[in-house]
Design a binder for this molecule. Structure first.
Ligand code: UDX
Length: 450
């Protein structure tokens, strides 16, 4: 352990909430195993160093203008990050190497798969690199499928095909493929190719579990990357105290949950990026009100187009739901999901939310918005069968029906039972002797031998 304490690992995080969380969780895990941790991060969405006194934080300028960030074109933003962070990162690493003592050498660089410029720099400086995959194995396979379909001339596919199964990935329909609507197709495919390719990296760390995705991990497409894969999810369970929220969590909702009946509350959150328009917000509001179920709803400031916060909720809604509803700007989500009053989660199916929900045995209403969320929603509803998917346009009667199916009907009860069974399997993965537990030990051994 003492010899490891001196080994420094540089983690390169990607500046979005759903990516910062798993990277800082990984830092916490590796720190507990004796590694010294440096977090390299952009100035955009900088994590809060005061929350993690055990880490050394190294900011690098990403050079994005306010307009570039505000336009919300994620593909172009990520491409620009990779172009503009490369040189500052290389300079910062060289500085660190010149200053490092022999007992504090950089052992390796672990980078978020969206920050692929890190691999190039690591390779240039002869430092081993490891890629962290923060989304599911299914989502990587779906990206590989897109690249293949594009080579075979299927894309753009006609609308008529959207319900058809993807030939090499039959769990998914064409409409579930994470084809991005941001920016130009050329930029999207360029990004996809970079993210899928691990290049010279020596291993993959995956925030998933064998009990969820073992058969996918054996897929032929992954064999083209003949390097070790360490599945150590769900990482938040190995680092329960790690908190990396960019927004302030409103804990008053826990007191409100304390007053509700067991399994009675529907929790609603669309994560850190997805947004709705006013009409969708109104349909959601009336669907929830008409379902007569208690709900805790996270409405992020700015997440309703044209609104600062909740001023565009329809007239009469607050008076109708009264104490049956609680609305906050940002919740302590993991505590919410673990609360005995929470009986269901209407989620956008970001991978962190999906893992956090599965870990607490809570069934879901899936309303994916973009990217890997579509794939996760399909797996939740059709493979693990612990949720139902809201497709089509948001409409109040359909929402009311979905809420009652999940929270009241026999069908929801069956999903809850399956969710509880899956929770037990997940616990077995991260407890002593489980697949994630063992994989983490192997990762530590692997990194110590680098
Ligand atoms: C983004 C992409 O949208 C998603 O598809 C990809 O899988 C990860 O990056 P995001 O929208 O941030 O994800 O969702 P998610 O992955 O679920 O991460 C959100 C995180 O914020 C979760 O860890 C969740 O616990 C946390 N959260 C969310 C809160 O702490 N409080 C809240 O009120 C809402």
């Amino acid at each position: 352990m003492d010899s490891q304490r001196c080994r420094r690992v540089v983690l390169v995080s990607c500046p979005f909430q759903g990516h910062i969380n798993p990277m800082l969780q990984l830092g916490t895990i590796l720190s507990s195993k004796g590694f010294s941790i440096t977090i390299v991060h952009t100035q955009l969405n900088s994590p809060k160093p005061s929350k993690h006194p055990e880490f050394d934080f190294q900011p690098i300028p990403e050079g994005l203008s306010k307009q570039e960030i505000a336009c919300g074109n994620l593909v172009d933003i990520i491409l620009a990050l990779n172009e503009r962070c490369r040189i500052p990162f290389q300079k910062r690493l060289i500085q660190m190497m010149l200053q490092q003592e022999s007992h504090d050498e950089i052992t390796c660089i672990i980078y978020d798969d969206l920050m692929y410029f890190s691999e190039e720099v690591a390779n240039r400086l002869n430092i081993p690199s490891i890629v962290l995959r923060t989304s599911s194995v299914a989502s990587l396979l779906s990206r590989l499928a897109i690249l293949q379909l594009k080579d075979e001339g299927y894309i753009p596919f006609p609308d008529a095909m959207s319900q058809d199964q993807v030939p090499d990935f039959r769990t998914l329909r064409f409409k579930d493929l994470p084809i991005c609507e941001f920016g130009t197709p050329k930029n999207f495919y360029q990004l996809l190719a970079h993210v899928c390719d691990i290049k010279t990296s020596s291993a993959v760390i995956w925030n998933t579990m064998d009990c969820l995705e073992e058969s996918l991990l054996a897929e032929q497409q992954l064999k083209q990357f003949p390097i070790p894969i360490f599945t150590i999810g769900p990482m938040h369970k190995f680092a329960p105290a790690c908190s990396s929220s960019l927004l302030k969590e409103d804990s008053s909702c826990i007191e409100w949950l304390d007053k509700q009946d067991p399994n009675s509350v529907l929790y609603i959150s669309l994560g850190s990026m997805a947004s709705t328009d006013e009409k969708e917000l109104a349909e959601m509001a009336w669907g929830l009100a008409n379902s007569k179920q208690p709900f805790l709803w996270v409405i992020r400031p700015g997440s309703t187009l044209g609104s600062e916060w909740i001023e565009s909720l329809p007239e009469g809604f607050m008076e109708t739901v009264r104490e049956r509803g609680c609305i906050v700007k940002w919740a302590p989500q993991r505590d919410v999901l673990a609360h005995p009053s929470v009986g269901g989660f209407w989620t956008h199916c970001g991978w962190n939310s999906t893992l956090e929900t599965i870990s607490e045995g809570v069934p879901m209403i899936c309303r994916p918005c973009f990217a890997d969320q579509m794939v996760n929603a399909r797996f939740v509803s059709h493979v693990w069968r612990i949720g139902l998917q809201l497709e089509n346009q948001l409409e109040r009667n359909e929402i009311e029906r979905a809420v009652r199916r999940l929270m009241v009907d026999e069908e929801g009860e069956e999903m809850r039972k399956r969710a509880e069974d899956l929770k037990e399997k997940v616990e077995a993965c991260f407890k002593k002797g489980g697949s994630s537990y063992n994989s983490l030990s192997k990762l530590v051994e692997f990194m110590s031998s680098q």
